[in-house]
Design a protein around this ligand. Structure first.
Ligand SMILES: C[S@@+](CC[C@H](N)C(=O)[O-])C[C@H]1O[C@@H](n2cnc3c(N)ncnc32)[C@H](O)[C@@H]1O
Length: 255
């Protein structure tokens, strides 16, 4: 394994193919001082700038809306909410949340359905989380948000901001999916956890570590969701029972 590939893999679980590695090496040389690259090799430390280059922030509001609608209608309203003790919020984790669009999408959906909730977004990249915590997005991202949810936005000339009432029920925390110790505070805390479009960059081993860590945070009977385009093998779903609704797979924690 190439040294750079191996360091990134050890530190983040992301497996860089030869082609992606080539592009990455170019980007690192163009954007980074020799000092930072040296630090990466010698101290095996990821600086903010290097993390910005090796992680992919691509996300959007209401990404895979059919899956989210099914989750809300068939899982939250029919299974989770009725089983949560009265007065308690439904607790959701959004792992690898990037700049927060998934967290606020889910929050708006809970608001629209009058279901009390608490959502924590997690990501390895603190720069993305800083952006998420502002709740401010460029106006063009409004195109992804259906009209009925615009009531949850404060709309300005070039940007919009998620309403404070929603922001109060969301939090963003740094966490590395492959570091077991990062998960210690969240044992069986969540009724549902998402980790969409992140594990595609992992290999089988790091994917298993990440899923084992995520499973640890989900209550027995709670649900895990990956992207509709991601396929999990049996070894990765060993903690879950597969539930198929509207042709979409959800994973229910059984042990
Ligand atoms: C393509 S985005 C996915 C965003 C969102 N979940 C979605 O589906 O739209 C992938 C995210 O995974 C995060 N990530 C990559 N490796 C990670 C790790 N080891 N621990 C936590 N987050 C990680 C990246 O920082 C990035 O924000």
């Amino acid at each position: 394994m190439d040294e750079l590939q191996s360091i990134i893999y050890q530190l983040t679980g992301n497996y860089y193919t030869k082609e992606r590695l080539c592009l990455l090496e170019k980007k690192l040389q163009i954007n980074n001082s020799a000092k930072e690259i040296d630090k990466l090799f010698k101290e095996k430390k990821l600086t903010k700038d290097i993390l910005n280059i090796i992680t992919v922030p691509e996300t959007k509001f209401f990404r895979e809306k059919l899956q989210l609608d099914t989750f809300m209608k068939e899982i939250v309203l029919k299974i989770i909410f009725p089983s949560v003790p009265k007065g308690q919020p439904v607790k959701v984790a959004s792992f690898a949340c990037a700049t927060g669009e998934e967290v606020y999408t889910l929050a708006m959906m809970f608001e629209a359905n009058a279901v009390p909730y608490q959502i924590i977004g997690f990501d390895i990249n603190e720069s993305y989380l800083e952006k998420a915590r502002t709740g401010i997005y460029p106006k063009r991202e409004m195109l992804d948000i259906p009209q009925e949810y615009h009531q949850f936005l404060d709309i300005k000339e070039d940007s919009f901001k998620i309403k404070d009432s929603i922001m109060k029920k969301t939090q963003f925390k740094q966490l590395n999916l492959i570091r077991k110790e990062d998960f210690a505070p969240y044992k069986e805390l969540f009724d549902a956890a998402f980790c969409r479009n992140a594990l595609i960059y992992f290999d089988d081993n790091s994917k298993l570590s990440a899923i084992r860590n995520i499973a640890y945070t989900i209550k027995i009977g709670g649900f895990f969701t990956v992207s509709m385009t991601e396929v999990l093998s049996r070894i990765h779903t060993q903690f879950f029972e597969t539930v198929k609704i509207n042709n979409i797979f959800f994973y229910k924690k059984i042990k």
